[in-house]
Write a protein that binds this ligand. Structure first.
Ligand code: HEM
Length: 138
């Protein structure tokens, strides 16, 4: 059961991080460079379709992560939370929440600023991912 939860968590994280990287470094810069009516039309479609996909991946990753954190820490036991692993998972989780905050700005701003927020979100996700992997071995 725990293994299935870890698989769900890592699949959600992989989709989320991969999608944000593609958006921030390939899709949005290409739309910006194309310009014109076609770019506006594609941009409008993306602004409609991306938020639900990202929300699905983000919610799956964060809910499964919180559940795993609760299970691994014996119900957020104070001793575990003070350990190196506990602190690293906590920091990784905070990076995940920061990535959600930056990602939520994406559809609310211009394409130019959207790229900046997508890159900030990608940076927080990269930190979260690295911290999770290190925490697991701490
Ligand atoms: C609220 C946010 C999060 C919490 C509380 C959380 C918690 C956890 C926990 C407790 C584990 C260990 C699972 C186990 O093996 O028992 C884990 C693993 C992992 N998490 Fe998260 N996570 C969160 C968000 C994220 C995000 C945003 C990413 C990456 C985009 C991520 C990527 C990973 C990866 C790749 C692993 C597997 C690490 C390994 O086994 O080497 N997590 N997470």
């Amino acid at each position: 059961m725990l293994v299935l939860l870890v698989i769900l968590h890592v699949f959600g994280a992989a989709f989320w991080f991969g999608a944000v990287l593609l958006l921030a470094f390939v899709v949005e810069p290409s739309i910006q460079r194309a310009g014109g009516e076609a770019a506006a039309a594609v941009g409008a479609q993306l602004a409609r379709r991306i938020p639900p996909a990202m929300a699905g991946a983000g919610i799956t990753t964060i809910l499964s992560g919180l559940l795993l954190f609760g299970l691994d820490s014996g119900g957020f036991n104070a001793g575990f939370m003070r350990s190196a692993a506990g602190q690293l998972f906590l920091l990784g989780a905070l990076c995940g929440f920061a990535a959600v905050g930056a990602g939520m700005m994406f559809p609310r701003v211009s394409v130019e600023r959207g790229v900046v927020f997508a890159r900030i979100s990608a940076a927080f996700l990269a930190c979260a991912l690295a911290l999770m992997v290190i925490a697991r071995r701490a």
